[in-house]
Design a protein around this ligand. Structure first.
Ligand SMILES: CC(C)(COP(=O)(O)OP(=O)(O)OC[C@H]1O[C@@H](n2cnc3c(N)ncnc32)[C@H](O)[C@@H]1OP(=O)(O)O)[C@@H](O)C(=O)NCCC(=O)NCCS
Length: 162
């Protein structure tokens, strides 16, 4: 199974995609390619043969100092910290529960790690769409921000150890 940039795909390869969350289906079909072109979000698509069965979208972001717990704040400057955001991550309903979500998450974290070698990244942020998705990320060590219920982060220092 290959992971391909959205810019290389045709609409027919993504038209059937259904992860069970309409907002995530809609984004892939209507905005992923456009936002890639605009430099707003890069989308990478997991393919089964030629058909999309999963995707994630990444872009640069920042973390507000005030969103971190006292533990983290102690060793950090009091200004916004550089981050990468995995804004969306989804697997088609017919392929969920087979380890592919984990596969995509690891691919996205490796990508963030590569970027961090050239441009400083303090942490990777994820925005979970609901509490179920939040639980998925918590399994991998993501830490909730203190002021936002469905946003979490994983320090790059932790990712470097995976
Ligand atoms: C959340 C999602 C990406 C997980 O993908 P998946 O391919 O089904 O997950 P995997 O098969 O890789 O599961 C990896 C591990 O996480 C666990 N897991 C999967 N979904 C979970 C959830 N919602 N909560 C807690 N754990 C979860 C699995 O049991 C598995 O653990 P195990 O190896 O001990 O059995 C997928 O279910 C999905 O696309 N959901 C709809 C869209 C969505 O909510 N996206 C999330 C962020 S925006």
């Amino acid at each position: 199974m290959e992971i391909e940039a959205i810019s290389k795909l045709k609409p027919s390869q993504i038209a059937h995609f259904d992860c069970g969350v309409e907002e995530l289906n809609f984004y892939l079909k209507r905005f992923a390619k456009k936002n890639d072109r605009l430099g707003i979000g890069r989308t990478y698509v997991l393919l089964d043969q030629v058909k999309a069965i999963g995707y994630y979208t990444v872009s640069m972001a920042q973390i507000e100092f005030e969103s971190l717990s006292h533990n983290f704040q102690q060793s950090l400057p009091k200004y916004p910290l550089p981050a990468v955001r995995i804004g969306r991550l989804a697997i088609d309903k017919n392929f969920q529960g087979k380890g592919l979500g984990e596969h995509l998450l690891m691919d996205s974290l490796e990508r963030c790690e590569r970027v961090s070698k050239e441009i400083a990244v303090f942490a990777v942020i994820v925005d979970a769409k609901n509490n179920k998705a939040k639980d998925f990320y918590i399994r991998y060590g993501f830490i909730p921000f203190i002021d936002r219920n469905l946003s979490l982060f994983l320090p790059m220092s932790t990712i470097n150890q995976i």
